[in-house]
Design a protein around this ligand. Structure first.
Ligand code: NAD
Ligand code: DAU
Length: 337
């Protein structure tokens, strides 16, 4: 039995990962440590909450005493650190919690991992640490780290810290840098669920700037598979870029979702650009493909349809989320549209 501390497992990607891996394997025990911020939702984990290889602990990765207690109690051998403040727009509104959770929190986990001699520490990171691309080229693992937003700078700091623990202490660290994920259980502040839900509610679709910024999309189920593979076979001290080579302009995504839902384009509204908005992300995944044999299983055309269908069929899930505090955040960022 492998004992894995998964942090942030009640969020979008973490919950997809836990659902995936517990359905696939019975040789692991997962301790899910999550603070349950606005983005954490235990409903995402309903189907596995009684699994005997799973336990949930509500708590903050910044809390060193709690982290030590969990390492000791569950004999933790592996860490997958998903826990983070993850939304760029929120980091522009206020950055402190980003540095607390993403930097200090990661440091607490690394220190505990070092002291308890863990077998592997997987730091879940992002292509945003590489900054922004022009019209040509792809991010490789060799690219410079030049983050542009408070969010991405906090993720870059965590990556550099994790690598320093490898170099200095020989700690078995691996880093995965993903492109933009989409799929079920994504918090509606992010582009794809926000657009789907606004269309379903006949609300305006706020497209930043000229709508021509490019993101490279990966279905979250393809992400899960890569996490598992890197945790098993990733070479320590290494960084792996992971994406599905699916570049899209934001406006193309919005029009595609309108089309899937059979709506016209009159809801589209170009709004003030995001400050410091990175123009283009596109990721070269050849290293993980060649070294670990990872390839994406899902085609964008089908997976985006499945994603839209999921939000249409799971109205209860997002209706609860977009009531309450989320309304205040939305009005603050977008005005009362
Ligand atoms: P999310 O915002 O949906 O979920 C984050 C989870 O972390 C939530 O459950 C939240 O409660 C928890 N959390 C936050 N701070 C915490 C703390 N201090 N202690 C314990 N738990 C805490 O995020 P996501 O989209 O699922 O992203 C997960 C990870 O993947 C993040 O590290 C993010 O930087 C990275 N990532 C995300 C994407 C993407 O497209 N969503 C792409 C690349 C990398
Ligand atoms: O690239 C990986 C990153 O992808 C992750 O590290 C982040 O955690 C994740 O949030 C995501 O960051 P982005 O900023 O790329 O994702 P977001 O969904 O916020 O925005 C995608 C694009 O859509 C971006 O160019 C901004 C634009 N956008 C976004 C929103 C929310 C709009 O035009 N309108 C919107 O209302």
């Amino acid at each position: 039995m492998k004992n894995i501390l998964v942090t942030g497992g009640a969020g979008f990607i973490g919950s997809n990962y836990i659902n995936y891996v517990l359905n696939k394997r019975d040789d692991i025990f997962i301790v899910n440590l999550d603070k349950l911020t606005y983005a954490g939702n235990l409903e995402n984990l309903k189907s596995i909450e009684n699994n005997r290889n799973y336990t949930f602990v509500k708590g903050d990765i910044v809390n060193g005493e709690l982290v030590d207690y969990l390492f000791r109690k569950y004999n933790i051998e592996y860490v997958v650190n998903f826990a983070a403040e993850s939304h760029v727009d929120r980091s522009i509104l206020g950055s402190e919690v980003f540095y607390q959770s993403n930097v200090i929190g990661t440091n607490v986990l690394l220190e505990a991992g070092k002291r308890f001699g863990i077998k592997k520490f997987l730091q879940v990171s992002t292509d945003e640490v590489y900054g922004s691309l022009g019209p040509e080229g792809l991010f490789t693992e060799e690219n410079q780290i030049v983050p542009n937003s408070p969010y991405s700078s906090s993720k870059a700091a965590a990556d550099l810290m994790a690598l320093s623990f490898y170099h200095t202490h020989g700690m078995p660290v691996v880093i995965t840098r993903y492109s933009n994920n989409y799929g079920p259980y994504q918090f509606p502040e992010k582009l794809i669920p926000l657009m789907i839900i606004n269309i379903l509610n006949d609300k305006k679709l706020p497209v930043y700037g000229d709508g021509l910024n490019v993101r490279d999309w990966i279905y979250v189920l393809d992400h899960n598979k890569a996490v598992d593979l890197v945790l098993e076979n990733g070479k320590i001290g290494n960084v792996y870029n992971i994406g599905a080579s699916q570049e899209m302009k934001n406006i193309e995504i919005v029009k595609l979702i309108l089309n899937i839902l059979g709506k016209d384009e009159s809801l589209i509204e170009y709004v003030k650009d995001r400050p410091g908005h990175d123009r283009r992300y596109a990721i070269d995944s050849s290293k993980i493909q060649n070294e670990l044999g990872w390839t994406p299983d899902y085609k964008f055309e089908q997976a985006i349809q499945d994603t839209v269908k999921w939000y249409v069929e799971n109205k209860n899930w997002w209706e609860r989320i977009i009531s309450g505090d989320y309304q205040k955040y939305y009005a603050n960022l977008y005005g009362n549209k």
